[in-house]
Unconditional design. Structure first.
Length: 292
């Protein structure tokens, strides 16, 4: 009895030391226990195109659709990375295709190719996005961004992607879904290309939703806060079991890619057929107080 008590106290002391080290390293400590329901198989036979799905949020969305019975085409710019993901998942319902939405002339042929391959497309999830910056001067803000590169993918590319997706669903008489991955940045009052590009995605989503709703097509966007991904290099390699602390969010933790995927899949389900033209934040309370 005494030995168990001593062991418990030693274990608690060791954990306190570990937490203190994490606090010194990251500025805070929070754990992220998440429990998810078993797949409901609500997407059995549904055909899904996930644009930009080879890593981060996009990859988690691909995995969750596959778990629920969907047939998925995952696109990306890096063929080797796509092959690695396909080999690791080893799922016969997963297909890959190289696609760079910055080259807008290739978007329509790619959609037509997926249509031929799957025999139709019911759901489009647009995850492609970049954040590139180079520190060159402290005189005009701390960073200056590569405007053409960021806007070419995040805004121009997504615009043409949505345009062809909408046209496709109308012509095929499919009451489908389009979900864009935006960002909490799209509601902030900051002048940089990434923020401007996400403002554009939000406005585009709402405008397109009005045009397509009469055809039974639902268009929405998800606006995440900080999520460990290749874009957010500061938290790219985070292990949620180690420390999920994030001082940018009011709940003091990062957003798990599984949470993003869960919201996306809900918006693509029949239960969300009356949610139209919404930009839904999943940001730990960040955007409501940090708009300046």
């Amino acid at each position: 009895m005494l030995m168990n008590f001593v062991k418990r106290k030693i274990s608690q002391s060791i954990q306190l030391i570990r937490d203190f080290r994490k606090f010194r390293r990251d500025g805070g400590v929070v754990y992220c226990p998440l429990t998810f329901c078993d797949p409901s198989m609500r997407f059995i036979g549904k055909k899904v195109l996930v644009v930009g799905g080879s890593s981060g949020m996009g990859l988690q969305i691909v995995k969750d659709f596959l778990e629920e019975g969907a047939i998925v085409v995952m696109t990306g710019r890096n063929k080797e990375k796509l092959n690695d993901v396909q080999n690791s998942l080893s799922n016969t319902n997963l297909h890959t295709m190289t696609m760079d939405i910055a080259d807008v002339e290739t978007i329509q042929p790619c959609i037509e190719k997926v249509n031929m391959q799957l025999g139709g497309i019911d759901i489009f999830v647009n995850c492609a996005g970049v954040l590139k910056h180079n520190k060159i001067s402290n005189k005009y803000g701390e960073e200056t961004f590569d405007y053409d590169y960021v806007m070419g993918i995040n805004h121009r590319g997504i615009y043409h992607l949505c345009k062809y997706e909408g046209d496709y669903l109308i012509k095929k008489h499919i009451k489908g879904r389009i979900v864009n991955i935006s960002s909490v940045a799209g509601e902030r009052l900051i002048c940089d290309p990434y923020t401007l590009s996400k403002w554009g995605v939000n406005v585009m989503t709402k405008g397109l939703a009005k045009q397509l709703a009469p055809y039974g097509i639902c268009v929405n966007a998800v606006a995440p806060g900080r999520v460990p991904s290749s874009i957010d290099q500061q938290h790219e390699n985070l292990n949620f079991e180690d420390n999920a602390f994030c001082g940018f969010h009011k709940n003091h933790r990062l957003i798990h890619p599984k949470e993003i995927a869960g919201l996306v899949l809900y918006l693509c389900s029949d239960l969300a057929s009356s949610i139209i033209g919404q930009v839904i934040g999943i940001d730990g309370g960040f955007k409501r107080d940090e708009l300046i």
